[in-house]
Unconditional design. Structure first.
Length: 91
């Protein structure tokens, strides 16, 4: 499913214009991104949590050559689905 598909669902369910639904969807996604960029957790009840994790620098290996390389520290976003979400997917 793409962003445009989500916007179509909003149009179907709420009866707003496609432009308004895309604008609202964009605002919601931008707010989620901004919150995660600050390092904060985004909790959506009944859906799950988006969490920013810090990964330390470590040594890796090029699988093709076997050469050891350094992997820089970075932040990654992880998603942990809620119990309700897990149950609905498995039904």
């Amino acid at each position: 499913m793409r962003k445009a598909d989500l916007a179509d669902k909003v149009v179907e369910n709420l009866g707003v214009s496609k432009k308004e639904s895309i604008d609202v969807l964009t605002m919601v996604l931008d707010e989620i991104k901004a919150t995660l960029q600050k390092g904060e957790t985004v909790k959506i009840a009944g859906f799950g949590n988006f969490v920013v994790r810090e990964k330390k620098a470590r040594k890796g290996r090029n699988p093709k050559t076997g050469e050891e390389i350094g992997i820089t520290p970075r932040r990654v976003v992880t998603f942990r689905p809620s119990q309700l979400f897990k149950q609905s997917v498995n039904e």
